[in-house]
Design a protein. Structure first.
Ligand code: DAH
Length: 343
């Protein structure tokens, strides 16, 4: 009997020390002490071995033990319920969510992607070249030998002289890189950043973006050039836009032409952007000079080609009415945010 009393005492200590941090632990406690095969039941079973004269007193002890375990079970259960309640209370589902600010594509990227996708539909592939160039790819190969006055047209950032390394002044250098590795037919566009030593203002910057185009095959004519570029502007700006070609000079094309489109800012009525002419220049173009083809071993009697180079900033200005070139690189989110809807 003494032994049983000691055992009950030990169980009570165990019960008093029991803890539960989740519902599974509460259930494990219930099974261990209060379940059908639990310790309370098995201690109760000892009653039959208790002498009759002690049964009453012993019954009392067993009953207390049972209540003690049940009580603890209730306490554990309650503590779990409370803690669940308090986590639920600490989340206020009516609060507004914390905003995730999503960036936007840069307007120049948007416009470059549009240009690329229009020419892709015409079967042009995309080629890119390095921004740090040697003199040959930027000038020599494009028919601008040293001391050629046309080099003065572009104020160059030189990285080194002899050998001359420079920041490319135009994406025409990528034409040279493509012709080096590919044989006609060639049909590529080359988007990229170019650099010129200009004083930064609303109208000029020391870097800007171009998309170059090059198409070389048998029987490519000036009519192909005109129709391709006309298709491009109509896709880019809509069917209403007008184009005109003005004779021009570039060392790497002959004949050469600059292409203007009707001013979309003022509807050709005359404004600052079109300098009151109703026309805005968007690109230079021409038939690839035979010298350039020969520089890369392309037979200029068999093959002809056209090329063009357009300014992405200018196209962007006409499309989105951005009138200060500096905005593109100032990282002012008030400007950049305005392109949220454009993809
Ligand atoms: N590279 C010229 C520039 O930066 C633009 C240009 C004119 C590119 C005529 C061409 C071209 O491919 O045929 O001003």
């Amino acid at each position: 009997m003494e032994q049983l009393l000691q055992q009950i005492e030990l169980y009570k200590q165990e019960i008093a020390a029991a803890e539960a941090t989740n519902a599974d632990m509460v259930e494990a406690f219930r099974i261990k002490y209060l379940g059908t095969k639990g310790l309370v039941k098995s201690v109760m079973g000892e009653m039959k071995n208790v002498p009759n004269d002690q049964k009453k007193a012993f019954g009392q002890i067993l009953n207390d033990f049972k209540l003690f375990a049940e009580n603890k079970f209730e306490i554990l259960k309650q503590s779990i319920d409370d803690s669940q309640q308090s986590t639920a209370n600490s989340i206020d589902l009516s609060l507004p969510g914390s905003p995730v600010s999503v960036g936007t594509r840069h307007p120049l990227s948007i416009v470059r992607n549009q240009i690329v996708s229009i020419f892709k539909r015409l079967g042009f592939a995309v080629s890119e070249g390095p921004e740090i160039e040697d003199d040959w790819h930027n000038f020599g190969a494009m028919n601008l030998p040293e001391d050629h006055p046309a080099r003065d047209m572009q104020d160059t950032f030189y990285i080194s002289q002899n050998p001359a390394w420079l920041l490319r002044t135009h994406t025409s250098s990528v034409q040279a890189r493509v012709m080096e590795h590919q044989k006609p037919p060639i049909r590529v566009i080359c988007p990229g950043r170019v650099y010129r030593n200009e004083t930064i203002s609303a109208r000029a910057h020391c870097f800007f973006h171009q998309v170059e185009g090059l198409y070389i095959d048998e029987n490519v004519s000036f009519a192909d050039l005109k129709q391709t570029l006309y298709f491009f502007v109509q896709e880019m700006f809509g069917k209403e836009v007008k184009v005109r070609f003005r004779p021009s000079y570039f060392p790497f094309t002959e004949p050469s032409a600059e292409m203007d489109i009707s001013c979309l800012i003022c509807d050709s009525k005359g404004c600052n952007v079109c300098k009151h002419t109703g026309w805005v220049e968007i690109l230079g173009s021409g038939m690839v000079h035979p010298k350039v083809l020969e520089n890369f071993g392309i037979d200029s009697n068999k093959y002809t080609g056209f090329a063009f180079g357009m300014g992405v900033e200018r196209i962007c200005q006409l499309k989105y009415q951005v009138n200060d070139l500096r905005l593109y690189s100032q990282n002012d989110v008030r400007f950049l945010k305005q392109f949220t809807g454009a993809i």
